[in-house]
Design a protein around this ligand. Structure first.
Ligand code: ZN
Length: 158
């Protein structure tokens, strides 16, 4: 029998981290100069998106998020797809398509995202797809949820 406490003792996952190429660092520094500071939430970071699901990209490639839909303090994003989603939102919201260069290439064996039909964009709205992180694919078919994440709607309201 599983110990009762197990589900409550899940250790914190390490933050997901993008490798930032030098040319993007320069673009990020420039983007940061044009923004209101977000140093109170994520020191040195660039604001990717604001609103229901706010996202910030730190100089060392971590993504800090604040989910007004679920509440709670800002957190380091551990999930690759959530990190990619926020980067895609940033590319849209900040008119910074160079951010999309951070998104990983589709690996062999990946499954097409069933929620966006592999487009990486929600049908109808054109917003980044939360289910696949706007990638259009997931690493394993089993990663797909049976129902869209409620933050799909939250993020859509940003
Ligand atoms: Zn998708």
């Amino acid at each position: 029998m599983e110990p009762q406490t197990r589900q409550h003792d899940t250790p914190a996952r390490p933050p997901f981290r993008f490798a930032l190429p030098d040319r993007l660092r320069a673009a990020l520094a420039e983007l940061r100069r044009t923004q209101a500071t977000c140093d109170d939430v994520a020191p040195g970071a660039v604001t990717l998106s604001l609103g229901m699901l706010a996202g910030y990209l730190t100089p060392d490639g971590r993504v800090i998020a604040q989910d007004a839909f679920a509440g709670g303090p800002p957190y380091e994003v551990a999930d690759e797809r959530e990190a990619c989603f926020l980067v895609a939102c940033g590319a849209d919201d900040r008119a910074a398509p160079e951010l999309l260069g951070l998104l990983p290439p589709r690996p062999p064996g990946a499954a097409g995202c069933r929620w966006c039909g592999g487009q990486g964009r929600e049908r109808g709205t054109g917003w980044p797809c939360f289910e696949c992180g706007s990638l259009g694919w997931v690493r394993r078919e089993a990663e797909q949820s049976v129902a869209p994440d409620p933050r799909l709607k939250a993020a859509g309201g940003r």
